[in-house]
Design a protein around this ligand. Structure first.
Ligand code: NAD
Length: 297
């Protein structure tokens, strides 16, 4: 069993750290937020007084932080003393540039590193069913696999350093665009007088079929397990989708890749969040379409 330093005990980090503890690992946790530390204590996790205390003596260090800036702040803290053969895994969703800086800074110290962002949300973190998209060397992946399996169900070695973040950003851009496309189609179908259930039955078995429609439909009443049926609570927040669409836009510009639909989706999600719906599941973006309609029509 490994000694693990876990940094970042937010919505995702806390349940992930709990899964590692349940799998028998010694998990030492740290978060800047006192409330998060209290929740970690209540969950029976071992609290550290600082990041450097959590990292000292740890064979594996895991970060689960809001953005690239936070990850680089943490790993570049001069007070940190990593074990000489430590493996550092960043599970946050971060920009391509910060991800490269993460690998370069720690790799330069001779440490093994992985970018391993996740899909599956808070529910998946609690149930240990996350999907991990992993970038890094075969050695680092081999060492991490048992730990990742304690937190996830699908563990994919996407390629070399950075490949995990690339996969995450591209996947979420696709999910954001397709949710908007499904919303537009459902909205137009209703405006044309079609019963949404009938349209759902037809499109689910026709060329319009996709995950956003058949597993996560944004219209209430079509897919019982979808957040649309519980007021768009839970699920994947619109503000996190906007964050990921912006990461995709940034990566598209830097790599000179046309991503016009990604940029259009980012713009719609930005308006949706600005309207105060950022905490709702991203399928609630369908509500943006109604606001385009003149009153009384
Ligand atoms: P969160 O904001 O709930 O948690 C982040 C935690 O990091 C906070 O508790 C914060 O206090 C802590 N933190 C920030 N700076 C720190 C520092 N310097 N040292 C120690 N702790 C620090 O975020 P989350 O929802 O847990 O998401 C974490 C990451 O996972 C993000 O990159 C997010 O995009 C990604 N993600 C989230 C979800 C989701 O459904 N919430 C799903 C997939 C991926």
């Amino acid at each position: 069993m490994a000694v693990i330093g876990f940094i970042g005990l937010g919505n995702m980090g806390l349940p992930m750290a709990c899964r590692l503890k349940e799998a028998g690992h010694a998990v030492r946790c740290f978060d800047l937020d006192a409330g998060a530390m209290e929740r970690a204590h209540e969950a029976g996790l071992q609290r550290s007084a600082s990041t450097s205390e959590a990292v000292a003596g740890a064979e594996v260090v895991i970060t689960m932080l809001p953005s690239g800036r936070h990850v680089l702040e943490v790993i570049n803290d001069p007070a940190l003393r990593f074990e000489a053969d430590a493996l550092v895994i960043d599970c946050s969703t971060i920009d391509v540039e910060s991800c490269a800086a993460f690998h370069a800074a720690l790799g330069g110290k001779g440490l093994l590193t992985l970018d391993a962002p996740v899909s599956g949300g808070v529910g998946g973190a609690a149930a240990g069913t996350l999907t991990f998209m992993v970038g890094g060397s075969d050695d680092a992946f081999g060492r991490a696999l048992a730990l990742l399996r304690a937190m996830g169900r699908n563990i994919v070695h996407a390629g070399a350093a950075g490949a995990g973040q690339a996969a995450k950003i591209c996947n979420n851009m696709l999910a954001g665009i397709s949710m908007l496309a499904v919303s537009e189609a459902l909205y137009l179908a209703k405006r044309l007088g079609l019963d949404p259930q009938k349209f759902f039955e037809i499109a689910s078995t026709s060329s319009g079929q996709c995950w956003a429609l058949t597993s996560y439909a944004p219209e209430p009443g079509l897919v019982p397990s979808a957040p649309a049926n519980r007021g768009y609570e839970g699920g994947f927040a619109s503000e996190l989708m906007l964050k990921d669409l912006r990461l995709a836009e940034q990566a598209a510009v830097a790599s000179r890749s046309p991503a016009l639909l990604g940029a259009a989706a980012a713009s719609v999600y930005a308006m949706h969040c600005a309207a105060g719906r950022g905490r709702l599941d991203f399928s609630s973006v369908i509500q943006m379409l109604g606001t385009a309609q003149p009153a009384g029509r």
